[in-house]
Design a protein around this ligand. Structure first.
Ligand SMILES: [Zn+2]
Length: 307
């Protein structure tokens, strides 16, 4: 069974400035580690060009225009306190979106069974009309819209296991019954949203807030309610907002997963995907800021996708 790895080197030119946690090394260590797997079943692909109309489904036109005008020709430009653009960000942000499009096409054409996008910047904090938390375009949201529009699916689930709440993704789909948005995250914590009573207008949002200090067994147990909701929704495709910052060594949060727990979590999602949606899963990198923890965790995640 094959797994697509979608990546390209343009992320290297998305410069967030010295000392920024969301830095190019993150993706470099992930790619180096995945290359060491030397698996014949990994299919490496570059993100293809895509129709910008899909970006416009997730974001307001005004916002997209303002981002377009904000890419600097030199130096850095701050969209907010921690979301930064450099000259190379234009191509990198575009390729991050393109990666999930390419991954989806590959799964739908059965070039590979599932896929992981090793890209940056991440996307789940980017709202319809606002950049936030290192995120410019909401990559996973564009992917969900692409499935609805291009492939005419009527039910797409997004599972966001990044340690932060994906407020941007929730914002974009809060009133869209075709998309089930599920997030497990440390709470209360950045970005402030993600309480259990935020359920979406169509009961299409499930937030599973976790206390600081949550242990692996508690984290995995919390997924029982998530799987119940997924079974009821019956998605035709599952997208993963794959952040690895719930790791115990991550400097940006206080949840205590170990690297191997991402194998267990992924495996459990895959078992469900087999029952529900013919195993169709596309995963895209969100957070994860301890380089060693990140590369180990992605290694476990992708090994699980490969099995
Ligand atoms: Zn995060």
């Amino acid at each position: 069974m094959k797994t697509g790895i979608i990546t390209t080197n343009t992320y290297l030119n998305h410069d967030t400035g010295q000392g920024h946690p969301e830095r190019a090394d993150r993706v470099t260590v992930v790619i180096d580690r995945l290359k060491k797997l030397k698996s014949k079943n990994l299919v490496w692909k570059k993100p293809a060009k895509f129709d910008l109309k899909y970006l416009q489904l997730a974001h307001d036109k005004d916002y997209l225009n303002s981002v377009k005008d904000s890419f600097p020709t030199q130096g850095l430009n701050f969209l907010d306190g921690d979301t930064i653009l450099s000259p190379g960000s234009k191509q990198a942000t575009n390729d991050a979106v393109g990666s999930i499009i390419t991954a989806i096409d590959g799964v739908m054409k059965k070039d590979f069974r599932n896929a992981f996008c090793a890209v940056r910047p991440p996307g789940h904090h980017a709202q319809k009309q606002k950049a936030m938390g290192f995120c410019v375009y909401n990559n996973v949201a564009v992917g969900a819209y692409y499935l609805l529009e291009k492939y005419k699916l009527s039910k797409v689930a997004i599972i966001d296991f990044d340690v932060h709440h994906g407020n941007g993704t929730q914002d974009i789909f809060y009133n869209n019954e075709k998309v089930l948005y599920i997030s497990s995250h440390q709470y209360p914590y950045y970005p402030g949203s993600g309480a259990a009573n935020e359920k979406g207008i169509k009961d299409n949002v499930l937030n599973v807030p976790l206390n600081s200090g949550t242990q692996p067994h508690e984290f995995l147990n919390a997924y029982n309610s998530i799987f119940k909701k997924l079974k009821k929704f019956k998605p035709e495709f599952i997208l993963l907002s794959a952040g690895f910052d719930a790791h115990k060594d991550d400097p940006l949060a206080q949840i205590n997963l170990e690297s191997k727990d991402f194998y267990t979590l992924t495996k459990r999602i895959m078992i469900l995907a087999k029952q529900l949606c013919d195993e169709k899963i596309v995963s895209i990198l969100e957070g994860g800021y301890d380089l060693n923890a990140l590369k180990e965790s992605v290694d476990y995640h992708v090994k699980s996708l490969l099995e």
